[in-house]
Design a protein around this ligand. Structure first.
Ligand code: SAM
Length: 217
């Protein structure tokens, strides 16, 4: 093996450990107003959110969805997200799934993910989108937000050629995580090859936003 499994296990372990300090990024770089981006995106009906994290987007989605199912692999993240949604007087169903082995059990009008795609390694990109296709109803769509290619400047590349970066937690521990620096045009073209019609655009603040539908539906 090329160590990809252990890299992905380590990535999830990093986010589990980071859960208590994760929300701090939402106080930086205009991340808080970033969730305003959702207002401009076509989100509605029965919604599935993947890699919901601490629920920064979940709480916004819950206000617009007919129903909302939020998935993450980290129980520590799910606990924080659940509390955030409850505190807002809203409802969502939370499910713990490891997303590289996840296969959807239902179909949705909207599948949403924020800051997840850049953590999907190239070797798992096609399989991830194939799984997502199984979660989309005819006429449904995938909506995503992520960092853009300029994000490279703010990260420390890990040694080697695995498209990974090094992240440090408050306890001083260092973690290697997958981080792809997708640009809007390249990502739309990659999705086109996988059977999606995708519109990916730069968004203010160094982000990209995408909407994808299955080309043959
Ligand atoms: N969407 C949230 C946001 O925008 O704030 C969180 C994004 S955070 C960068 C990535 C999330 O992916 C974390 O919540 C982490 O627990 C989750 N995650 C990492 N690896 C995972 C895996 N293999 N399966 C499921 N979730 C995973």
């Amino acid at each position: 093996s090329d160590g990809l499994e252990s890299l992905l296990d380590g990535q999830l372990a990093y986010y589990r450990a980071r859960a208590p300090e994760y929300d701090e990024v939402y106080g930086e770089r205009g991340f808080r107003s970033l969730t305003d981006l959702l207002d401009e995106l076509p989100v509605g009906g029965d919604v599935l959110e993947l890699a919901c994290g601490t629920g920064q987007w979940t709480v916004r989605l819950a206000g617009r969805a007919q129903s909302l199912t939020a998935v993450d692999g980290a129980p520590e993240m799910l606990d924080i997200a659940r509390r955030r949604v409850e505190a807002a007087g809203l409802t969502a169903t939370f499910e713990q799934h490891e997303l590289f082995s996840w296969r959807p059990q239902a179909r949705y009008d909207t599948v949403f993910f924020a800051f997840w795609l850049s953590h999907v390694p190239p070797q798992r990109f096609a399989a991830f989108w194939a799984a997502v296709a199984g979660a989309v109803r005819p006429g449904g769509r995938v909506v995503f937000v992520d960092t853009d290619a300029a994000e490279r400047l703010t990260e420390r590349a890990a040694p080697g050629d695995r498209a990974t970066v090094l992240r440090r937690l408050k306890d001083g521990s260092e973690h290697e995580v997958v981080k792809l620096f997708h640009d809007a045009a390249g990502l739309a073209a990659d999705l086109g090859k996988l059977g999606w019609t995708a519109q990916v655009d730069p968004a203010d603040g160094g982000f990209i936003r995408g909407v994808a539908t299955l080309t043959d539906r």
